[in-house]
Design a binder for this molecule. Structure first.
Ligand SMILES: NC(=O)c1ccc[n+]([C@@H]2O[C@H](COP(=O)([O-])OP(=O)(O)OC[C@H]3O[C@@H](n4cnc5c(N)ncnc54)[C@H](OP(=O)(O)O)[C@@H]3O)[C@@H](O)[C@H]2O)c1
Length: 346
């Protein structure tokens, strides 16, 4: 696929974020049954729903895409319906409401809670462990791709090459611990009911309106000191992450499979801030010395690349797109990632 040098509107961005890969279109020809996305009305879910619907159409097959969320913003529901996605409002914390959802063969689970954990730990634990319990019990006969996070791993330095799936989880702080709890509940379902599960350990999706590059670029653009507590991180274009999530339905297994999902590059905060500064014509200042600590969330995505190939958008292009986005007055979701947190307090 040939990409342009800049993405100039939300419409263009959403179009790109929802363009399915040829491999996903092929998979839709093989996959049996309908698809349900739980927690669809989030930063990733909307364009994932549209990507799935477009892949199904291009595959020339008949299957439904059903999106489930509370739909806190009614406009999201209208958008999804306009893209051909059936929507069902449901609070996944309520077991009775979950029990009324139609059963489908394929489920992508994306609902979760991160920010605001500090001080409301009980709600984070409920969202990240009770909800998976409700879901895996109701959808025990389905394939489930359950979104997780690289935050279940220990913090490591870039010299390690990042944590592979073989590294034992050692979550720091209650948010990360509750995410391991979420994985354990799905693993239990996979063992107890034979449910086919894949745990999708994602590190930082990039969509220009939010994400790690957005957070750094915003500070550079506004001539603010760049927050530099973390020296390195991994990112992946959100379109590639969502494509991988849908393709991972075929990898769901019992006992549960695990897949790290991120880009192949180990990104250096300082190098990226300097590149953004150059592209945006800004001098870069740092909160400290710009090198950051060696305690980072780094995922090794070698297995993903082996299974699916390298992501379609390399880091250098994401950096250029992000710089152009700010220069062209592009919008922001106003949702910082807090990628700079490495003490477990979200
Ligand atoms: N984005 C990333 O870079 C990233 C990185 C690592 C891991 N992840 C994980 O990947 C998943 C998807 O990411 P995201 O950024 O799209 O998350 P998100 O923006 O938080 O979206 C999740 C959506 O789930 C819905 N939801 C929350 N509580 C619900 C409930 N009780 N019942 C039904 N729906 C509920 C919400 O929509 P309503 O308010 O409409 O219900 C929310 O917008 C999350 O679990 C996240 O932790 C994301």
């Amino acid at each position: 696929m040939r990409y342009s040098d800049a993405i100039r509107s939300e419409q263009e961005l959403e179009e790109l974020l929802s363009t399915p890969s040829p491999a996903l279109i092929e998979m839709m020809k093989r996959l049996d049954g309908d698809l349900m996305i739980l927690g669809i009305a989030g930063k990733m879910g909307l364009t994932m729903g549209r990507r799935a619907a477009r892949a199904i159409e291009l595959a020339g097959v008949k299957k439904k895409v059903v999106g489930v969320s509370r739909f806190s913003k009614p406009a999201d529901r209208e958008k999804l319906e306009a893209w051909g996605i059936e929507t069902i409002p449901c609070d996944l914390l309520d077991r009775e409401q979950v029990r009324k959802l139609p059963r489908v063969a394929n489920v992508v689970f994306m609902a979760g809670r991160k920010f605001g954990t500090d001080g409301s730990e009980e709600l984070t634990w409920a969202m990240n462990t009770l909800v998976p319990g409700n879901v895996v019990e109701h959808f025990k006969a389905s394939r489930i791709v359950a979104f997780s996070t690289g935050c279940v791993y220990p913090l490591v330095g870039p010299e390690t090459g990042g944590c592979t799936e073989a590294v034992l989880p050692a979550p720091v702080g209650e948010y990360s611990q509750s995410c391991l709890g979420r994985e354990r509940i799905f693993q239990h379902g996979a063992k107890a009911f034979g449910t086919k599960v894949l745990l999708f350990r994602l590190n930082y999706a990039i969509d220009l309106r939010y994400g790690v590059l957005h957070d750094i670029a915003r500070q550079v653009w506004n001539n603010e000191p760049v927050t530099d507590s973390v020296g390195h991180f991994n990112v992946i274009w959100q379109g590639d992450a969502n494509d991988a999530a849908l393709r991972s339905l075929e990898l769901a297994a019992s006992p549960a499979a695990v897949l790290n999902v991120t880009g192949p590059e180990t990104a250096s905060l300082r190098s990226i801030a300097e590149q953004l500064g150059k592209l945006m014509g800004r001098e870069v200042r740092y909160a400290h010395d710009g090198f950051g600590s060696g305690s980072c969330y780094l995922n090794n995505a070698a297995k993903m690349a082996d299974l699916f190939g390298y992501p379609s958008v390399p880091l250098a292009r994401m950096i250029r797109w992000q710089a152009e986005w700010f220069k062209n007055g592009g919008s922001s979701l106003g949702k910082p990632t807090h990628f700079e947190v490495n003490n477990g307090k979200f």
